[in-house]
Design a protein around this ligand. Sequence first.
Ligand SMILES: *Cc1c(COP(=O)(O)O)cnc(C)c1O
Ligand code: SF4
Length: 340
Amino acid sequence: MITASTGARITPSAPAAPADWRQLWRDAVTDTGELLALLGLRHLVGRLPPADAGFALRVPRGFVARMRHGDARDPLLLQVLPQLAELDETPGFVTDAVGDMAARAAHGVLHKYHGRALLIASGSCAINCRYCFRRHFPYGEEIAAAGQWRQALEHLQADASISELILSGGDPLALTTAKLEELGRGLAELPHITRLRIHTRLPVVLPERIDGPLLAWLDALPLQKVLVLHANHANEIDVGVDAACRRLRDAGVTLLNQSVLLRGINDDADTLAGLSERLFAAGVLPYYLHQLDRVQGTAHFEVDDTRALALIEALRQRLPGYLVPKLVREVAGDAAKRPL
Ligand SMILES: *Cc1c(COP(=O)(O)O)cnc(C)c1O
Ligand code: SF4
């Protein structure tokens, strides 16, 4: 339960027992009016697009608790709140910005880059990020976990050049641990797969997902394990996220982070430097800073390349090299992410 305090932030009341992540997932805020009321921003209700601009609002209550009360420009709020600008039709902004449909190798399998295959493991996310390509992706037919991962495992078996399996989505940790264990058993038959990488925002937006059974599965998995988080601002990382990261590292997982460069949210050097420092304090190394995929309804988040490069240069001047993320763009048909 969330109660609005008189202070600057909303503080959750202490739960009697640790809540189950599925319950917290279901309990997310999905009503814009409720979200704005929780934050003391009821006056913004009249400025929202009709029908959430075709992509539902969804945000876990623990993430709402990290937003500043009464601040319409809060960087966490701006990542999830539907905006009128999403209705603008901007030339060059399309529904499949990264050529995913062309790279489809098998059911739910994207095989674009050498040695790495990516599975669209799940179409669900605990949070809906306004800048995401997911707002247009036809997940219905494309989930690799459907059945017993059979088509995905067949594709991996047939190509011994693949050494790394990447689970992406949606959010792969939306799957039950039992479903992930099923994949793990299939991978045990494929000796050429030596690394498992998981792209997930759940340790940040719903750290309760990093529970005992998931950690036990990761710990026992006879592969190298990499987990790539997705945080865009230091305020997303609180003590619950710290604790989830510590438990993951204890289970033998290497932690990296990818961010999206977002206008009005993290497009200044202080914010990006603060994010890198905060990530490292949680035991996470910055990996990629993505230029926005040009997805319809997201043009208002775009930062131009000149400014993006100036920001990276400013980070190089003030941070150790290992805390400067690689600035990249995904270009359809390229053999790797393209550095700027
Ligand atoms: C981004 C991506 C990868 C991973 O690329 P890295 O540079 O290794 O992080 C792999 N496959 C697909 C389809 C991707 O989009
Ligand atoms: S795929 Fe990632 S960026 Fe997109 S909505 Fe899900 S958590 Fe957000």
